[in-house]
Write a protein that binds this ligand. Structure first.
Ligand SMILES: C[S@@+](CC[C@H](N)C(=O)[O-])C[C@H]1O[C@@H](n2cnc3c(N)ncnc32)[C@H](O)[C@@H]1O
Length: 479
């Protein structure tokens, strides 16, 4: 096979010291479980295989250059990691993807290098990509192109798990449970050592979720400790121990989360009730008159996302986040506190383009539909955090854009940090005090200047102030 290649594909495989980004993503998303077999298709030098084996994954690999003698076998999960972008023949590229898809019984994880890396790849034009001086080929994908390409080749509903990493599920139940994991994380269970602590954990669950769990939703240890109690007794004891106000708040939260989940599911393709994860089925039975009613309400929610006035109203009503003339900016810690329609907005963008691993603030535009994830790595340490990168997607065109500020000399920075958070965030009072001191010192008198590092320094000097941590102090020589 390798004789037919017109590029030196073997040279594209690097030695890895750590697990690749796509394999790490799939691991973090709970997709590489011990009971699932994994095939690394186009595994290169095999470093991901070794790392995953050391994590007790049942993984094998195949590569036409490095392991031509093994045979790729059908597996639950197939990883196709940075393979498509090195194949110079478009027909073979498509066949490779389709073959990988045939080999997967649950999930295919496809990753490719993205166009935002184009400054790192030099070469002459060749076919639909570039041939480098080492005779390696690269077709860099736009994020939307990768998702569409995999969708068309597999016929599956594709989810962007991260920029440049997409999931095509063959198993519908696995897709729906992945969406649930992303949208409505399971309630946390307290540890149970005896019947009394198992009951405490049940009370805690009921207060978080607004309902009692079914036995199959409990951790095994808790279920074993409570198995001797009749369901009616279990119910009575739990309700006796729980705070009714917290149960009601839990029920409201779960109802909204279920609507959010079903709306996200509609955005990615709705499945039958029986394929939903057991916990979501149970939430629907507990808080809606029927699945049909739940779907009708969630469809309305998705429709509201198109309504500018409604979205703007939700942004005004949001207790968390900073509203500007163009967008709502919300800190990662506050994202679950914003109105459900806005959470849906962010989730739809994430499914379309993949939420990056590193981000601090989500920006939701109120004109048009576009979401960006902005990274301020020192948000909590720096009184005026500097941006390091932004990645965003326009939901109308599905075009994604990445901007790195690592070489920028005059980076944008943030003010009034508490506004990005929810009012109850433990850090908010300290940030608010700093803002008030800055306002009193006259530092916000020229808003057009203070948005970038240089302008902010000029204003600090003009007002005779400097920052010491989150305290504003006079500059030496200014009394
Ligand atoms: C950039 S490397 C990636 C290797 C590995 N997946 C990793 O991420 O470390 C691309 C690999 O794709 C393999 N490859 C090339 N053509 C292929 C094809 N038609 N089917 C499967 N793998 C192929 C190459 O041999 C090379 O090892």
């Amino acid at each position: 096979m390798s004789q037919d290649w017109t590029s030196a594909r073997g040279r594209t495989a690097i030695g890895r010291v750590a697990l690749s980004v796509p394999a790490r993503q799939a691991l973090a998303d709970g997709q590489l479980r011990p009971e699932r077999t994994v095939l690394d298709y186009g595994c290169g030098r095999g470093d991901d295989i070794r790392s995953l084996q050391s994590l007790d994954c049942c993984v094998e690999g195949w590569d036409p250059y490095f392991r031509p003698d093994s045979r790729p076998t059908k597996s639950h999960v197939v990883l196709l990691t940075y393979v498509l972008n090195v194949i110079e023949d478009p027909e073979e590229r498509l066949q490779t993807l389709q073959h990988a898809w045939q080999l997967a019984s649950t999930l295919l994880v496809v990753s490719a290098r993205l166009t935002w890396e184009s400054s790192k790849v030099q070469g002459r034009e060749y076919g639909d990509g570039l041939l480098t001086s080492r005779r390696t080929f690269q077709h860099l994908f736009a994020a939307a192109e990768l998702r569409r390409y995999v969708e068309e080749a597999t016929g599956a509903r594709v989810i962007a798990a991260a920029p440049g990493v997409v999931y095509a599920f063959k198993d519908e139940a696995a897709r729906l449970s992945y969406l649930a994991y992303k949208v409505v994380p399971d309630a946390e269970w307290l540890m149970s050592a005896d019947t009394a602590s198992a009951l405490d954990s049940l009370v805690d669950y009921a207060q978080q979720r607004g309902r009692l769990p079914r036995i199959e939703e409990m951790p095994r240890k808790t279920a074993e400790l409570l198995a001797h109690l009749k369901p009616a007794d279990l119910r009575r004891l739990t309700l006796q121990g729980a705070d009714p106000g917290l149960i009601a708040a839990g029920a409201k939260r779960t109802t909204l989360n279920t609507l959010l989940y079903l709306a996200v599911e509609l955005f990615n393709g709705r499945g039958p009730f029986g394929n939903l994860p057991v916990s979501v089925q149970q939430d629907i039975r507990s808080f809606f008159s029927s699945y049909k009613e739940a779907c009708r309400r969630s469809d309305r929610l998705l429709l509201k996302l198109r309504d500018d006035q409604y979205v703007r109203g939700a942004m005004h009503a949001s207790l968390a986040g900073k509203l500007t003339p163009t967008a709502l900016y919300v800190h990662r810690r506050a994202l679950e506190q914003i109105p459900t329609v806005l959470r849906l907005y962010e989730h739809c963008a994430s499914i379309a383009a993949g939420r990056p691993a590193e981000w601090t603030v989500a920006k939701l535009r109120h004109q048009g539909r576009a979401v960006s994830w902005l990274d301020y790595p020192r948000f909590d340490q720096d009184p005026h955090p500097r941006i390091s990168s932004s990645y965003g997607v326009d939901l109308q065109t599905l075009e994604a854009k990445h901007v790195s500020y690592s070489d920028a000399t005059n980076r944008p920075l943030l003010h009034r940090k508490h506004e990005f958070l929810e009012p109850n965030d433990p850090a908010a009072p300290r940030y608010r005090r700093l803002t008030e001191a800055e306002v009193r010192a006259g530092l916000y008198q020229n808003p057009q200047l203070i948005g970038t590092e240089n302008g902010w320094e000029v204003e600090l000097a003009r007002c005779g102030r400097q920052l010491r941590g989150h305290r504003l102090v006079r500059r030496p020589g200014n009394t």
